[in-house]
Design a protein around this ligand. Structure first.
Ligand code: SF4
Length: 331
């Protein structure tokens, strides 16, 4: 097998992590590199494990996305209704399996933190109690019902499936494009063509509505344009809050200038800190300082590595976190 290369890349998740805490970006993408190897140095192995942690909120979002994507990929060409009962049952089964994995620390037993769930709440807190589990199931059920109630959600089960251009890519190669010589990762939930030649980028949200980041939508737009050759002006982004039953529509062009500035600043800032720019090596951890905002450490996966365990852990609960998880997995 060819050697894996830690390629220099941009993703919206990397951007957000870096400007929140440079050390966090270091652990996520540099200090954890190679940590899957049992012979790697202890900090790399620990960072690799910690980067896999996710909160219950993230797990709920991931579960919804994964099951919906699975069913859309296998959709027959004949139109049908949203399979509400099946989706609920499959999502619940997946959720419970992953809760069990984490509770039983299967990642430790099988020595595989990447493929067995590790919940932040199990690792740093007192675990998931019955009320939290019931609420998680309830969010999934509400989200499926919201999907079935939303005209756009229903359309996903009636349009010709050949119009699906991209469904929640599981393969990392499908989340990668090269834009102006820079590798860029993005992972839109769904890209679907309309008969007029435009493309719609769909982002399912299981949490509460929040002010969208137009630059992030623009990064999706750049990604889709590079991948499918359709100009930005022909793209529309849809944020569908399935559990809250609302939908927003955005023109991706709105955030493009801000996104481009963000990408440029990020690239310059990171390259400035690397000890070997061409090989993308960050050999000096001190160039990635820890945040002074210690409240951020309460909900950070890397608190054990940074020795910032003095304040009680806090499980972040925003949809934004779920997004970060998905994109971080890709990028
Ligand atoms: S624990 Fe705090 S300092 Fe360390 S990576 Fe996380 S946010 Fe940064």
């Amino acid at each position: 097998m060819a050697d894996l290369v830690n390629e220099f890349a941009f993703s919206w998740s990397r951007y957000k992590i870096f400007y929140q805490c440079a050390r966090k970006l270091y652990w996520q993408h540099y200090g954890s590199w190679g940590g899957w190897d049992g012979d790697a140095p202890a900090p790399a192995r620990l960072a690799y494990r910690l980067k896999q942690l996710k909160t219950l909120t993230m797990l709920v979002g991931e579960t919804f996305h994964a099951e919906l994507a699975e069913i859309l990929r296998r959709r027959p060409p004949t139109p049908k209704g949203v399979p509400v009962d099946r989706l609920k049952a499959d999502m619940e089964r997946r959720l419970l399996k992953r809760l069990r994995e984490s509770r039983n620390a299967d990642w430790e037993r099988y020595g595989d933190p990447k493929h067995y769930t590790i919940l932040f709440e199990d690792y740093y807190q007192r675990g998931i109690d019955a009320a939290m589990e019931a609420e998680a199931k309830d969010v999934l059920h509400r989200s499926v019902e919201g999907l079935a109630a939303e005209p756009f959600g229903r359309r996903m089960f009636t349009v010709d499936p050949t119009q699906f251009k991209l469904i929640d890519p599981a393969n990392i190669a499908d989340t990668r494009v090269v834009w102006n010589g820079l590798t860029l990762y993005a992972s839109p939930d769904l890209v679907i063509a309309d008969p007029g030649g435009g493309l719609h980028i769909i982002d399912w949200k299981t949490g509460r509505p929040f002010k969208p980041d137009l630059a992030q939508l623009a990064v999706y737009g750049i990604f889709v344009t590079e991948k499918f050759g359709v100009p930005l002006e022909r793209l529309t982004a849809h944020l569908i809050y399935v559990s809250a039953r609302t939908r927003e529509e955005h023109n991706v062009v709105e955030g493009v200038e801000e996104a481009k500035r963000g990408i440029e600043t990020y690239v310059a800032d990171i390259r400035d800190r690397l000890t070997d720019v061409s090989a993308n090596v960050a050999g000096d951890i001190d160039r990635f300082p820890m945040t002074q905002k210690r409240t951020l450490c309460r909900s950070c996966n890397f608190r054990e590595l940074c020795g910032r365990l003095d304040e009680p852990a806090l499980s972040a609960s925003g949809e934004d976190e779920a997004d970060q998880s998905a994109t971080a997995a890709a990028g």
